[in-house]
Design a protein around this ligand. Structure first.
Ligand code: AMP
Ligand code: MG
Length: 411
């Protein structure tokens, strides 16, 4: 029995950790009305029914001639009289009569009486007429009214995180503001006597606070409001005070460092003293030591101090939890299979997340490691666009093996 198996009583599997975290999260309930310009990435609080047909009138999908298909029932060619010229934005009121055509541009409304558009490439215009090939194809090159959205249809579901096309839908509906869940407020703090501000010149043994900067960015990509609680030294009282303060202001608190088993790893203790702790060891690499729990109304995530570990845990565990808190439901984790290039063996029993470079080749997806995988090697994370996920248990992967890859989705 190795060291890890003997400690398994204290360790929780990755899947169990994720389940526990998600089941303890309740989405925010407060909503706010937000204007179109500021909706990107926000989570819709209610279903949006279409109040308009889109398009609101049948219109032409091509440049050409609007005709009555019945006029094209014969063989060979037919000559029709061109009675009007219709550009997008114009409209044609009289009903198209037999033997008549309207010169029509893409987006212009289909005249009454017409049910087909013949593309200009196959037509010959002369004087006041046009010669067209016969062929009855009602509906050809016609975008029907309401074919995209029909009054009363639900065009966007509550809980959807709004992306550019969604914002286009709202605009098409003439909707310039909509109810979304309020932003989730996430307090973030770094712990460690050796951790200093980015602008502080380093003394030997000190490290610039890269965690807070990176995680703040990750939170913003997700659409959270960040409350910056700075750096806190390895002192139990100070950590407790900071956490207490954060718990009054934030929906969630993220700390980095101080959750391991070293003499100065006090975050876990602080959480035990001031709130409740659910688990603190997850069978994953990197990121084994973690703290998860609650402080008052706020959910607490204690990340390890190693920069790669912190960000990895953020991507695979915290982001789905925060997404649920935001009202977004299940995180749309993108799991792919890719052909591994290289060689990697692990003996430990935890699930491992390697930093990978996923390539999209005509022959399929390929993936290789970014290089050294130490949990302090932040450049490995910067080069990566995906995580290679190796299952629990001893695993060896070599070139040609299919491996699971999770997208990081942050660029
Ligand atoms: P800890 O989890 O507190 O034991 O820290 C593990 C490692 O991560 C140590 O080498 C720390 O110096 C480093 N570390 C902790 N916090 C940060 C931070 N905010 N930015 C960069 N490195 C950190
Ligand atoms: Mg520390």
């Amino acid at each position: 029995m190795g060291k890890e198996t003997s400690q398994q009583g204290e360790m929780i599997s990755f899947d169990a950790a994720r389940e526990k975290m998600l089941s303890g999260i309740h989405r925010v309930t407060e909503t706010e009305i937000v204007e179109l310009e500021h909706l990107l990435g926000r989570v819709l609080a209610e279903d949006v029914p279409a109040r308009l047909d889109v398009p609101n009138h049948a219109n032409s999908a091509m440049d050409g001639y609007a005709v009555r298909s019945a006029d094209l029932a014969g063989m060979g060619e037919v000559r029709l009289r061109v009675v009007s010229d219709l550009a997008a934005g114009g409209y044609f009121t009289p009903e198209l009569g037999p033997g008549e055509a309207v010169r029509i541009m893409t987006g212009a409304p289909i005249p009454w009486g017409s049910d087909q558009v013949v593309i200009q490439e196959v037509c010959y215009r002369d004087q006041d007429g046009v010669r067209l090939p016969c062929g009855v194809k009602p509906g050809d090159h016609v975008r029907q009214a309401g074919e995209d959205m029909r009054v009363g249809d639900c065009v966007l579901r509550g809980g959807k995180r709004l992306k550019p096309a969604d914002i286009g839908i709202l605009a098409a509906q003439g909707i310039d503001q909509v109810a979304v869940f309020r932003r989730v407020r996430v307090a973030i703090l770094s712990t460690g006597n050796e951790v200093v501000e980015v602008t502080t010149p380093l003394r030997p043994g000190q490290v610039h606070d890269s965690n807070r900067a990176g995680l703040k960015a990750a939170l913003r990509v997700l659409g959270c409001e960040v409350l910056d609680f700075g750096i806190v030294g390895d002192d139990l009282g100070t950590i407790e005070k900071a956490l207490e303060r954060a718990s009054h202001e934030a929906d969630a608190i993220i700390s980095t460092g101080g959750v391991s088993v070293g003499d100065y790893d006090l975050v876990r203790l602080a959480l035990e003293n001031r709130g409740t702790i659910d688990f603190w060891k997850v069978a994953m690499k990197p990121g084994k030591p973690q703290a998860y729990g609650r402080l008052g109304q706020a959910v607490f995530f204690g990340l390890p101090g190693n920069p790669v570990a912190g960000l990895t845990v953020f991507y695979v565990l915290i982001r789905p939890a925060l997404f649920r808190l935001m009202g977004g439901g299940k995180w749309p984790n993108k799991v792919l299979k890719a052909t591994f290039k290289g060689h990697f063996a692990k003996k430990h029993l935890r699930r491992e997340f390697l930093r990978g470079i996923l390539t999209f080749e005509p022959e399929g997806l390929g993936v290789e490691m970014t290089g050294p995988q130490g949990s302090g090697i932040l450049t490995s994370m910067s080069r990566a666009n995906a995580l290679i996920v190796l299952p629990e248990g001893p695993v060896t992967v070599t070139s040609g093996d299919l491996v699971d890859v999770w997208m990081m989705d942050d660029e």
